[in-house]
Ligand binder design. Structure first.
Ligand SMILES: C[S@@+](CC[C@H](N)C(=O)[O-])C[C@H]1O[C@@H](n2cnc3c(N)ncnc32)[C@H](O)[C@@H]1O
Length: 280
């Protein structure tokens, strides 16, 4: 039984980092005319209310997308990301936050295709409703790990796979590496973007080492460590590992994090990591 619901967390600082990486990657890929296949293995509901009881209960978005709202002088990459979120809202108030499928859809073109997987019986219908009139969006109800293996290599031969599990099942830390290796074996030129939480430093170190030893090349890591006290329960930061990133991503994310990270941390001293884990 899946208990994780993204409605409690939508728009938090982890979503900002994840969706920034997603949008900068797709923005770059869409500059070339060839069609793109976007695969979202853990798509969620596609969009979330920030005024519903779930979001109000945690108020996580205040320390995420809320920090950007109404701010003047944002670095251009953050201003572009905010403009996407503004499009998902009517009027000036921040009331809604889009999920990764909706963000990807904004950046993709008529020649591109979206394959979205979601396992939760309540979130999948919402996702399917959001894209019901779109022929180039396929919403799969089922396990995104299994489905995505059947979707690669895409006929387009250009693609991005976003892997964004909730890590409710602890074996997900190992599964994600095995899974990306399996996808990469079928489709070596694809781009793979993995989200991970910082809950247990040991697990994250193990995850990093597994990528370093994976045999895959051209891997970057982006991480924000928000809470210095690691004895606290829960997530203290989050990160993204990207295989075959666009060459522009490092500069873009660094520019955004230099502005964003000090505002999101308790002390103003968030530890940001932008690293090449494995060179080309
Ligand atoms: C972190 S949320 C996804 C958020 C979304 N990617 C976004 O950025 O807006 C993780 C989602 O994965 C779903 N899920 C969990 N296990 C799954 C699986 N094996 N296959 C597909 N979806 C799964 C959960 O129901 C949840 O909606």
């Amino acid at each position: 039984m899946l208990s994780y619901r993204h409605a409690f967390h939508a728009g938090n600082y982890a979503d900002v980092l994840k969706h920034l990486v997603l949008s900068r990657t797709l923005d770059y890929m869409a500059q070339k005319p060839g069609p793109i296949c976007y695969i979202d293995t853990h798509a969620g509901a596609g969009g979330y209310s920030l005024v519903c009881s779930e979001a109000k209960k945690t108020d996580e978005f205040s320390q995420g997308v809320g920090l950007l709202w109404g701010q003047k002088g944002l670095p251009p990459v953050l201003a572009e990301y905010r403009a996407l979120i503004e499009r998902f809202n009517e009027g000036k108030a921040l009331r809604n936050y889009p999920g990764s499928p909706w963000i990807a859809r904004q950046l993709l073109r008529k020649q591109d295709r979206l394959e979205l997987c979601e396992l939760h019986p309540k979130d999948h219908p919402n996702l399917a409703r959001l894209f019901k009139s779109e022929r180039r969006v396929n919403c799969h109800f089922g396990d995104g790990f299994k489905r995505s293996l059947a979707l690669v290599p895409p006929i387009e031969r250009r693609g991005l796979v976003l892997i964004d599990p909730s890590y409710e099942i602890k074996s997900d830390y190992a599964t994600v590496v095995t899974h990306i290796k399996a996808l990469h074996k079928r489709f070596a030129t694809g781009t793979y973007a993995l989200w991970y939480p910082l809950v247990d430093e040991h697990r994250v170190r193990t995850l990093e080492k597994a990528f370093i030893r994976s045999g895959m090349r051209n891997i970057e890591l982006y991480q924000v460590d928000v809470t210095e006290d690691h004895s606290q329960p829960g997530m203290t930061g989050s990160g993204m590992i990207v295989v075959n990133p666009p060459w522009t991503l490092k500069k873009d994310v660094t520019e955004a994090l230099q502005w964003f990270a000090p505002k999101v941390s308790d002390s103003g001293n968030a530890l940001c990591r932008v690293e090449v884990l494995v060179p080309e």
